[in-house]
Design a binder for this molecule. Structure first.
Ligand SMILES: Nc1ncnc2c1ncn2[C@@H]1O[C@H](COP(=O)(O)OP(=O)(O)OP(=O)(O)O)[C@@H](O)[C@H]1O
Length: 624
């Protein structure tokens, strides 16, 4: 019997603890207060302010018809608020207690951005910029950048935005939490301001949506997050953003599409469904962005993406602009991805697939049977060493869905309020789990790989790999849920005999991120022949950190490689200026679902290391 099976079902939940956002804490020691709901936070959200739209020679004030387009359209909310302001997040923190803590936000580490190598390759590469003003994205977008309190572009934005604004195809790789979402959203919105907005086409009584831009992401919750971000960035521009994902009623999503859509954010399965029902046409697509692009082109998923990109009515490479983004980009996937691109520029900020120095990585040797005790020890030690009133979030990754439920129960029974998210939970439960975690009601989230990629949850201070993934790239994405946007984070991994195959890749990753590698792990690495997926894919023990076109068979083309280093002082300024703003930059609407993969093998229930894996990868049979 696995430990997961040995845990009793009955659980008494401890009293709910509440998380207090930074902007509602006062700075004088630790106090507890209850706040009434406020309408707006931080800066003017005046819905009567005019807004602007590009009309060919400059920006004009939005008229009523433009504004009507902004009225709640595109929201997954079945009853969207008219003229909803995406920057108004007051409700997110309703009824929270305020626990003040002067030290909670002190973890910003500017030094981590010094000397980060940047590699660009391709022909005629537009130079990077130092500021948003240098790119001149236009008044409406600049206003929204200010509202987000983005003072300076992050390193990936400094390089990627000028490339994309110049109309070039791009394959970009940058570390987790480094601002890739804005790096592809800003150029798309900027480009759309110069186009006529899209109207649905009526055919045999049915309205067919014709989006101008398509952003694909692998999971429902990530699509929702990108949708919320894109709505903020396009606020009062007239650009309309709609989301479509599986697991939610299609009827409401279709109604939103019928009202007009410029940017469609979608998961692939739902999109294919809508195209096949002739409710969406990709004929007018000018911009295509794939977030988590390596996952989208991973084994099992590639055919779906090829179907959307190559076999529907989407314009071919060259006639559309294509941007691929991820923190990891194995060579094989780069090769596949190049089919979708035309004369593209490759950009790597930091080594491809590297983890950020902002995350302190620890690896402990723990046999499977001892993991529960070790987790308890860790959490107890954290609680007793922690500062009073410090309510930071902890994300615990496990391998199986059953293991996630069992661990949630164990933690709750032992006085650690926890919730779990995995592919066997229905949408409402997953949505509730994420909300409860984000708001700090349950500051521990036990998750399978459904939560490994892309999710931008503020205040995740610790990621614990209770079960390590089999793939080093997954490890990079998992630990990347902490240490985001200049904040530091901690990642602890429990390494057991089973994880031998990962040892080599793990040691290389840790060394590259200047982490302390335990001698026993180095020992394992030298005896292990297999270095994890990345080394395996590349056929070399050193991580592939480059444009695959620079390999021997591609050399001699008309592209070149240049390297530069980011201006650490500029980046430090940026984060200093935005240090207190991240409550404005996150989506409140994160709901959970995961593509069919997570349910494909859900009938197996063999415990922590059984078959009920939840990694939505090669076992996938379908998409959301
Ligand atoms: N220029 C900026 N200034 C300040 N904060 C920024 C800036 N750009 C992005 N951010 C913030 O940084 C955080 C991380 O951004 P984002 O989620 O886009 O990262 P990512 O690179 O896509 O991460 P992942 O690889 O995990 O998907 C977000 O909270 C975002 O609002």
């Amino acid at each position: 019997m696995s430990w997961a099976d040995s845990i009793t079902e009955s659980t008494t939940r401890p009293t709910r603890r509440k998380y207090i956002p930074r902007h509602r804490r006062n700075n004088n020691g630790v106090t507890t207060t209850t706040f009434a709901k406020t309408k707006t936070i931080g800066y003017s959200t005046d819905s009567t302010s005019p807004g602007y739209r590009f009309n060919g020679s400059g920006y004009r004030e939005l008229d009523q018809s433009d504004r009507n387009r902004d009225r709640g359209h595109g929201s997954s909310d079945p009853n969207p608020t008219p003229n909803a302001n995406p920057f108004d997040i007051a409700e997110k923190f309703d009824n929270l207690e305020v626990i003040t803590d002067t030290h909670v936000d002190g973890g910003i580490n500017f030094d981590a951005y010094e000397d980060i190598p940047v590699e660009t390759s391709g022909s005629n590469i537009p130079p990077p910029v130092q500021s948003f003003a240098e790119i001149d994205l236009g008044m409406p977008l600049n206003e929204n950048i200010k509202r987000c309190k983005y003072v300076k572009p992050t390193p990936v934005q400094r390089h990627a935005i000028p490339i994309a604004v110049a109309g070039r195809d791009l394959m970009a790789c940058a570390q987790t939490g480094s601002g890739k979402t804005a790096a592809f959203c800003f150029p798309i919105i900027y480009g759309l301001l110069n186009h006529r907005f899209s109207r649905p086409v009526l055919s045999r009584g049915v309205r067919i949506a014709h989006p101008l831009a398509l952003i694909l992401s692998p999971t429902r919750e990530l699509s929702c997050q990108i949708h919320e971000e894109a709505k903020k960035f396009s606020y009062q521009t007239g650009v309309k953003v709609v989301v479509a994902y599986g697991g939610a009623p299609m009827s409401q999503q279709l109604r939103n599409l019928e009202k007009g859509v410029d940017i469609l954010v979608a998961t692939p399965g739902r999109l294919v469904d809508m195209i096949e029902r002739s409710r969406v046409s990709l004929k007018k697509i000018k911009y295509l962005a794939l977030d988590e692009a390596d996952r989208m082109l991973d084994m099992g998923f590639e055919p779906q993406i090829r179907k959307i990109v190559e076999q529907m009515d989407m314009p071919p490479p060259g006639a559309r602009q294509t941007m691929l983004f991820s923190a990891t980009f194995p060579t094989e996937i780069q090769r596949l991805a190049s089919d979708f691109l035309s004369n593209y520029i490759f950009l790597a900020v930091g080594r491809v697939g590297s983890s950020t120095d902002l995350i302190v990585q620890r690896v402990e040797f723990v046999q499977d049977m001892d993991k529960r005790d070790q987790l308890m020890n860790l959490l107890h030690a954290e609680r007793s060493n922690g500062m009073p009133g410090k309510h930071l979030l902890t994300l615990v990754f496990v391998e199986t869905k059953r293991g996630a439920d069992a661990l949630e129960r164990l933690l709750s029974m032992n006085g650690f309020p926890a919730t779990a998210i995995h592919g066997d939970k229905v949408q409402r439960e997953r949505e509730q789990a994420l909300r409860s975690f984000k708001t700090g009601v349950t500051p521990i989230l036990v998750a399978t790989d459904v939560a490994a990629r892309g999710l931008d949850i503020p205040h995740v201070a610790h990621v614990i790999n209770f079960d390590l993934p089999k793939d080093i790239d997954n490890y990079v994405h998992r630990i990347g849920r902490t240490g985001r946007a200049g904040n530091t984070g901690l990642a602890t991994a429990f390494f057991s005999d089973k994880n031998m195959p990962l040892a080599k890749a793990l040691v290389e990753l840790m060394q590259e991120a200047k982490q302390e590698v335990p001698p026993w792990l180095s020992q394992y690495a030298t005896t292990s022949s297999y270095g994890g997926r990345r080394a395996h894919r590349n056929g070399i023990s050193k991580f592939g950190g480059h444009d695959f076109r620079n390999s021997a068979q591609f050399r001699g083309g008309n592209y070149y490689v240049s390297s530069s280093y980011t201006d650490a002082a500029a980046v430090a300024d940026m984060y200093a200026a935005t240090a207190s703003s991240d409550d404005f930059t996150h989506s409140n609407h994160v709901s959970a679902d995961y593509f069919g993969a997570t349910r494909a093998d859900s009938s197996a229930t063999t415990g922590s290391y059984g078959n009920n894996l939840d990694h939505g990868s090669i076992f996938a049979s379908g998409w959301d």
